[in-house]
Design a protein around this ligand. Structure first.
Ligand code: DX5
Ligand code: ZN
Length: 223
């Protein structure tokens, strides 16, 4: 297995056939589970019961992306439901350090997410703690949006910050990723790539996951 991880987002899966779609991405590295609360984001998706159903239906680890207004109060719901990794938005967390270390003490990988308009410099005092940083490359809320090009400069900045601190958290990018831009994003420093519509709107999701893994790993070797 290469160093680049693919995390298909089931936001774009067929909710009437979720088990079938999870089987199609059995070769992925994570299932990306987008929780939206209709408050932090202008959209509402799924919560803990669906997360439990996903955990019963696949062995692929679950990466839960909480786009909710109150992550400090609700992360345990998702940890209890079996999430392997949980990311919370910097913009929504009042007690980020406490929330992330609490998850880690529970044995859950913990990460922080930045919206496109939030600068990387806000991570200076938390970068030594996180297991993952997720940079949003679209504004959260919906699948199928276009990749925001400024994400590339933020990736370079984040890599430089990690080097200064001597840490190497996972670096995830979410939104508008496809076979057309995955190489550029990996070369800029990402190693976990979310893809929703590129995977589930394709003819053959399993083949698309394999293609993205291959393109990502080739780009990582060239970087
Ligand atoms: C957006 C979600 C993403 C979304 C990505 O708010 O966090 O995970 O599903 O979808 P695509 O890959 O279609 O941009
Ligand atoms: Zn997401």
């Amino acid at each position: 297995m290469g160093s680049i991880k693919m995390a298909p987002s089931i936001l774009s899966a067929d909710m009437a056939n979720l088990k079938g779609d999870l089987d199609k991405i059995a070769g992925a590295d994570y299932v990306h589970f987008d929780v939206m609360d209709g408050h932090f984001t202008g959209n509402l998706t799924f919560g803990v019961d669906i997360l439990k159903a996903v955990k019963r239906s696949t062995d692929v680890p679950v990466d839960a992306h909480l786009m909710v207004s109150n992550p400090d109060e609700t992360v345990d719901w998702y940890a209890d439901a079996g999430a392997d990794m949980i990311t919370v938005h910097y913009e929504a967390s009042t007690h980020l350090h406490r929330t992330l270390t609490h998850l880690q003490q529970r044995g859950v990988k913990a990460g922080v997410v930045l919206n496109p308009a939030t600068p990387v410099c806000v991570l200076e005092s938390i970068i030594d703690v996180v297991d993952m940083v997720l940079l949003m490359s679209v504004n959260p809320g919906f699948g199928g949006q276009s990749f925001i090009p400024g994400t590339i400069a933020k990736l370079h900045e984040l890599k430089a910050m990690c080097e200064r601190h001597g840490v190497s958290p996972l670096i995830e990018v979410d939104g508008g990723i496809s076979s057309k831009n995955i190489a550029e994003v990996v070369k800029a420093g990402a190693n976990v790539l979310v893809a929703g519509s590129a995977v589930f709107k394709s003819e053959d999701p399993a083949a698309e996951v394999a293609l993205l893994q291959k393109l990502g790993n080739e780009a990582a070797q060239e970087a």
